[in-house]
Design a protein around this ligand. Structure first.
Ligand code: GCV
Length: 649
């Protein structure tokens, strides 16, 4: 049976005795109908016919503008929201926190981020790009699976944590998916979209910029050619005829082989604005990705720095995008690494709608084999002060404060779910899906608070909750320690992005180098002697990263090339830090296993074994990282471990 994740059986049992009343008057719609259905069918609770009989009264009332209000009045709880979608969010919030027992008598919940989106990287053939939890729940072998029960459960999980948008196919739009925007495929997309709609979630599609050519209708996709705009207008009209509440397009253009406006010597504002013009009459949006870089780089040429690419491409276009275009920018300048500084476009773009992009999928973060609670990293990134010249804002406030149209801003994550019965491959990775929703809704919330919530909702036994919380609480740092010392990044195997491959990328075309040699390691991105990337930040942040004395150690090798005996702020040398973290990483995973084994018999055998198997595989991975990375740097540096531990010379 499919795992219910944090909407567990014990939560459902707890809600069974609660009586609900739903009041929407003339604001009744598909979502309120679905809410009643959820109460009865999923939670097996009762719907009363009058408000006075209910324990909980759920009301749509336009007196509330955003989010929802929960109040305890005499013997009743009142949940009130301005829209049916927010009421549904409020309902799930209520049941989860009722079960947790932490509802205050009055609580106002307003979403921090307006668009709270998951990006599926699912392909029509059923594979998922960078997916580690089985095949797609939507597609298989170029067919729509039609497993509406599964899709409904996914929509429910999303809505329960306040997510409100989804894109249904990979941003790398291959041959078959190009045709999702028309014909029978569009009708099947409509069916999926209507499920999400009932849960207050808006559907988007990733589109192929060269679709007018791929459909065989035109010989060009030039965004300034009126025939191209007319083609998209016709397609968009058909889409809205089928799906009136369609959200719009997500576009990866001129990146890693995807077509885009550069082919026609046009810029990305030309490309995005053309699609935006076609969508505008229907209220649709274009979410345009800033992940544009030269993926044919020559490693010999050190003047090109991939980290600069998004900034160099998009900063000059600030203010040139239409109101219904949103630039979706990865959190860091490279690519979802275990440790990366915040992308300097954040705080520099002042006239462009923005979405911050995270990756819940574990591409560089352990493939859902190694335990990794990503929320730890996300909250650190969200708290980073961009110190922008015009406004001093942490990253979490950038979308809302720096987007000209606040409603066209937010955060997105690449989803980590697949057809595995537990959704995320590793049971513990469910926490990242839950946490992403919580972060999108409340961008101030701490990673520890969310972890406690998730543990208590997901596991009934207090010992298991405590053990999981202990393991996951340190898991993100442990993984970063043994894979990405001091922000170096990209020492993974190039084919899989899992396991050590310290030199795999060093002479490659992807622009991801660490420049380790016998004298030192790291990328000089300073203004004084390097690529100048550090200078893309606000003056305060640029100065902080530029100077060895103020650059945080966790990003030292991202910004500087230093000798192995360079001293970190704690007085340790770089080489000793590398050895220590790699030995400690392995030891930490050993401790995880010892702790986990004390949980045997205290949760379902399936979940126990799933987690044990993953931890066992993680230990093997941590061992490889420890020995290969330590040996790699020992061979270059010739410096022995100060503690005489085994390094395979
Ligand atoms: C969808 C990285 C991944 C690619 C991914 C790309 C992107 O390069 O390795 O699989 O493609 O990011 O975000 O577009």
């Amino acid at each position: 049976m499919t795992d219910k994740c944090w909407l567990s059986e014990s939560l459902i049992d707890h809600c069974r005795q609660v009586n609900f009343f739903v009041a929407a008057d003339d604001l009744e719609d598909d979502v309120t109908t679905n809410l009643r259905n959820e109460i009865v069918e999923f939670f097996h609770s009762n719907l009363t016919s009058t408000a006075s009989e209910a324990d909980v009264v759920l009301t749509v009332s336009q007196t509330i503008t955003k989010g929802f209000l929960i109040e305890q009045m005499a013997k009743q709880w009142m949940v009130t929201a301005g829209t049916s979608a927010s009421l549904l969010n409020g309902f799930y919030y209520f049941v989860m926190h009722y079960h947790l027992g932490d509802l205050p008598t009055t609580s106002v919940q307003r979403p921090s981020q307006q668009i709270r989106m998951l990006n599926q990287w699912d392909n029509f053939d059923g594979t998922i790009e960078r997916g580690y939890a089985g095949k797609s729940i939507f597609y298989d072998q170029n067919h729509f699976i039609g497993d509406y029960e599964r899709i409904t459960m996914y929509a429910r999980l999303m809505s329960s944590v306040g997510l409100n948008a989804i894109s249904l196919n990979n941003v790398n739009v291959h041959k078959e998916e190009t045709f999702f925007i028309d014909g029978e495929k569009l009708r099947r997309i409509r069916d999926i979209s209507s499920i999400f709609h009932r849960f207050g979630i808006t559907t988007f599609l990733s589109v192929n910029f060269a679709a007018p050519i791929r459909f065989g209708d035109l010989t060009t996709a030039d965004p300034l050619d009126p025939a191209v705009l007319a083609w998209w207008q016709r397609k968009v009209k058909k889409i809205y005829a089928a799906i009136p509440n369609f959200g719009g397009f997500l576009v990866k253009a001129d990146s890693e082989g995807q077509p885009g406006p550069f082919t026609y010597h046009r810029n990305h504002a030309d490309g995005a604005n053309m699609l935006a013009a076609a969508l505008q009459p229907f209220g649709g949006k274009v979410i345009w990705r800033a992940f544009v870089y030269d993926s044919q780089q020559d490693w010999r040429d050190r003047s090109v720095d991939r980290a600069r690419a998004a900034y160099d491409n998009f900063k000059p276009l600030d203010g040139k995008f239409s109101d219904n275009v949103i630039l979706q920018v990865k959190f860091g300048p490279i690519d979802f690494q275990p440790r990366e500084p915040v992308q300097p476009l954040f705080g520099a773009l002042m006239h462009t709608n923005q979405i911050i992009e995270f990756q819940a999928a574990h591409e560089y973060t352990g493939h859902a084999i190694d335990t990794n609670y990503l929320m730890t990293q996300w909250t650190q990134l969200m708290a980073f002060n961009t110190q922008s010249q015009e406004k001093t804002l942490p990253l979490r406030d950038i979308p809302g404060q720096c987007s000209p149209r606040r409603e066209n801003s937010g955060i997105a994550a690449v989803s980590n779910i697949g057809r595995d019965l537990n959704w995320t491959g590793n049971k513990l990775s469910q926490a990242n899906l839950y946490a992403f929703g919580r972060l999108a809704w409340n961008s101030q919330i701490s990673d520890q608070t969310v972890l406690q919530e998730w543990c208590q909702l997901s596991f009934a036994n207090p010992d298991v909750q405590a053990s999981v919380s202990k393991i996951m609480g340190t898991s993100n740092q442990v993984y970063a320690d043994y894979t990405a010392p001091l922000g170096i990044g990209f020492m993974v195997q190039s084919q899989t992005h899992y396991g050590p491959g310290p030199d795999d990328y060093e002479f490659d075309r992807w622009g991801t180098y660490h420049f380790a040699d016998r004298n030192g390691v790291g990328v000089d991105r300073t203004i004084a002697t390097g690529t100048g990337y550090a200078g893309l930040y606000s003056p305060q942040n640029a100065a902080m990263y530029e100077s060895l004395s103020t650059c945080p150690d966790e990003f030292l090798l991202f910004f500087h090339h230093v000798p192995y005996n360079h001293l970190l702020h704690d007085g340790k040398t770089v080489i000793q830090h590398i050895y220590d973290t790699h030995f400690a990483g392995y030891a930490a995973v050993q401790d995880y296993i010892t702790l986990w084994e004390t949980c045997a018999g205290k949760l379902s055998e399936e979940d126990y074994q799933n987690i044990l198997d993953r931890l066992t595989a993680q230990l093997q991975n941590a061992r490889e990282w420890r020995d290969q990375i330590n040996t790699f740097f020992y061979r270059f540096s010739g410096i022995p471990d100060a503690h005489g531990r085994k390094i395979y010379a």
